[in-house]
Design a protein around this ligand. Structure first.
Ligand SMILES: NC(=O)c1ccc[n+]([C@@H]2O[C@H](COP(=O)([O-])OP(=O)(O)OC[C@H]3O[C@@H](n4cnc5c(N)ncnc54)[C@H](OP(=O)(O)O)[C@@H]3O)[C@@H](O)[C@H]2O)c1
Length: 212
C-alpha cells in the first residue's frame, strides 16, 4: 500500500521503517523536512513531504503527532486529502503537566477520548485507534517469550479496521477489536498504564496480551 505518515517523531520514523520493511511505499509528512534528513539517508526508498503531501500520497494514513496538536495537523493535511481514507490514530492525549507518581495526565476525560473528538470534527475520515498502547521500540515485529502481544483497536468503519488488522498481522501483532470510536475512552488510557512501570522502574519494553 501507499502509506502517508503525518509526523516526524520516533513513532513516525519507526512505523515508516516498518512499513518499508514490509514492502509498502512510505511518505512522512512534516512542517520541517530538514528534521528527517537522517531518516531519508537511512531509508533510501522513503519519501518526505508536507502534511498535505503525505496525506495525498497515502491510501492508508497514520496520524503520529503530539496529541494536543492532532486537529491542527489534520487541518494542515487537508480534509479533502483524507476523506474516505483509513487513518491509523496512534496519538495519546497527554497533557503538558508532569506525571504524578508515574501516572500521566491526560487533557481528555473518561467520557470523551481524543479519537472521538477527531472523528466528530473530521467525520469523512475513517479513524482506527491502534499502536498507542506500546512504546515505539516494540511497534514493529515485537518479540516476546509469551508469544504475540495484543494491540487493542477501535473505530467506526469495519473496512478501515480490516485494513488495520492486516497491517497489525504483518507487523507481528494480534489485533483485539474493541468496537466503535467510544472504545478509545478505554484504549487511550492504556498508554498511562503502559508508562507506569517506565516512570517508576525504568521498564519500557513490555506489551499487553489478552488471554482468552
Ligand atoms: N513515543 C512513543 O513511543 C509513543 C508510543 C505510542 C503512542 N505515541 C503517541 O504518538 C504520537 C507521536 O509521538 P512521538 O513521540 O513520535 O512524537 P511527538 O513528539 O509526540 O510529536 C511530534 C510530532 O508532532 C508534530 N507537531 C508538534 N507541534 C505541532 C503543531 N503545532 N502543529 C502540527 N504538528 C505539530 C510535529 O510536527 P513537525 O514534524 O512538523 O515538527 C511532529 O511530527 C503522540 O501522540 C504520542 O503520544 C507515542
Amino acid at each position: 500500500m501507499k502509506v502517508g505518515i503525518l509526523g516526524s517523531g520516533d513513532v513516525a520514523k519507526t512505523l515508516g521503517n516498518g512499513f518499508l520493511q514490509h514492502g509498502h511505499d512510505v511518505m512522512l509528512g512534516t512542517r520541517e523536512p530538514a528534521k528527517l534528513t537522517d531518516w531519508t539517508k537511512q531509508n533510501a526508498k522513503g519519501r518526505v513531504g508536507s502534511f498535505s503531501e503525505a496525506a495525498t500520497f497515502g491510501e492508508l494514513v497514520v496520524l503520529a503527532v503530539k496529541g494536543s496538536v492532532a486537529e491542527n495537523a489534520l487541518r494542515a493535511a487537508g480534509v479533502a486529502n483524507l476523506t474516505g481514507k483509513p487513518v491509523i490514530d496512534v496519538t495519546n492525549p497527554i497533557a503538558d503537566q508532569p506525571p504524578v507518581n508515574g501516572v500521566l495526565k491526560f487533557f481528555t476525560t473518561l467520557d470523551e477520548s481524543l479519537m472521538e473528538r477527531l472523528q466528530r470534527e473530521f467525520d469523512a475520515v475513517r479513524f482506527v485507534k491502534a499502536f498507542n498502547s506500546v512504546g515505539n521500540a516494540r511497534m514493529v515485529n515485537p518479540q516476546y517469550k509469551g508469544g504475540k502481544p495484543t494491540m487493542f483497536i477501535c473505530g467506526n468503519d469495519e473496512a478501515a479496521k480490516k485494513t488495520v488488522r492486516g497491517i497489525l498481522d504483518q507487523f507481528g501483532w494480534e489485533a483485539a477489536d474493541m468496537g466503535k470510536a467510544e472504545s478509545a475512552r478505554a484504549i487511550e488510557p492504556l498508554c498511562m498504564l503502559w508508562c507506569i512501570p517506565g516512570f517508576l522502574r525504568n521498564e519500557w519494553t513490555h506489551a499487553f496480551k489478552l488471554l482468552t
